[in-house]
Design a protein around this ligand. Structure first.
Ligand SMILES: Nc1nc2c(c(=O)[nH]1)N[C@H]1C(S)=C(S)[C@@H](COP(=O)(O)O)O[C@H]1N2
Ligand SMILES: [Mo]
Length: 308
């Protein structure tokens, strides 16, 4: 996620970690021994890359330490390790969520009450950032559709907007220039009601680490990661399509829908492939991040090149 012009961007900002760390350093960081990769090293990069597409899609879970130390969370800085470094300053208790707009009972609801009575679930999802890296993360939390049913939006509600925390005292990245705060994301109501959409309160069976979006974050596995707002403080049900942060800042690069789509490149890089963080080789990106069977019908009749 970038707000500078292409020629201003140092390559480390758009290059998955493995390409800008020295290869040896990165392999070590990823916990891979050099000897394990000796045959590939000898074969050379070109051959190894050519072979990548023949490898089976391997969806083993990203290690916890990787998922909690390589994050995007600009409220705590733009470096991948900044959120882990600085998010400890965030206080997440007490926490409440304001419910607004086209809804039966608007109000400010303490988080415990918001979640009370809703069944908890654990789902292992592929997680794809627009920067062409991905992870596999076990999320725990609730299904967004269960919460929406409890909140009872009116028949006028067509979208739900998620506003996240604006608290510069605790969020070092909100103190200088950067994105317009607070960070806002939104879904169309049928996307929000889809049984894959979650509000997550933890990962790997543990309480959500601050850097991953404690105490409450959105998870929509068929969309690029930027849809998944962290530290949600407000849900607003609307008739009109809400303005979302990245779409406002760079509308030519980040659409409202943000569906993972290997056929629609980002204007400054390809989306055809992705690097699973920790892997050496890239793998092909799957339509709707591999969830096409479940979600493609939401977009039937829509031109996904225009509605990216
Ligand atoms: N509030 C807030 N939420 C956010 C972001 C952010 O900068 N601020 N970054 C988004 C982006 S670009 C991605 S890829 C995911 C990353 O989630 P992860 O760090 O848990 O992998 O969080 C999303 N949610
Ligand atoms: Mo992202």
């Amino acid at each position: 996620m970038l707000i500078r012009r292409p020629d201003d961007i140092p390559s480390r900002d758009i290059t998955p970690e493995g390409l800008y760390l020295g290869r040896r350093e990165w392999l070590t960081a990823a916990g891979i021994s050099l000897s394990a990769l000796a045959p590939l090293t000898l074969a050379g990069c070109t051959k190894a890359e050519a072979k990548a597409d023949e490898l089976p899609q391997d969806d083993k879970q990203t290690p916890y330490d990787v998922a909690t130390s390589y994050n995007n969370y600009y409220e705590f800085g733009t470096g991948k390790e900044d959120p882990k470094k600085y998010a400890g300053a965030l206080t997440t208790d007490p926490w409440s969520v304001e419910v607004e707009g086209e809804v039966a009972r608007p109000g400010i609801i303490p988080l415990e009450d918001l979640l009370k009575g809703l069944p908890t679930v654990e789902r292992v999802y592929r997680h794809r950032c627009v920067e062409a890296w991905s992870m596999v993360i076990p999320w725990n939390g609730i299904l967004l559709k269960d919460l929406i049913a409890k909140l009872a939006p009116t028949s006028q509600a067509k979208f739900v907007e998620f506003t996240t925390l604006n608290r510069p005292k605790e969020m070092i990245g909100q103190r200088g220039p950067g994105l317009p705060w607070p960070y806002v994301e939104a879904l169309r109501m049928d996307e929000a009601m889809h049984p894959l959409s979650m509000l997550s309160t933890g990962i790997y069976g543990r309480t959500m680490p601050n850097q991953n979006g404690a105490p409450l974050r959105l998870v929509v596995p068929w969309k690029y990661g930027f849809k998944g707002g962290k530290a949600i403080v407000k849900m607003r049900f609307t008739r009109e399509m809400p303005r979302t942060t990245w779409n406002r800042v760079l509308p030519g690069e980040y659409g409202f829908y943000a569906n993972v789509n290997p056929e629609v490149d980002h204007p400054r890089w390809s989306q055809a492939r992705e690097r699973r963080v920790g892997d050496f080789l890239k793998r092909p990106t799957l339509m709707f991040n591999g969830y096409a069977d479940q979600v493609a019908s939401l977009y039937s009749g829509m031109d996904l090149r225009r509605n990216f």
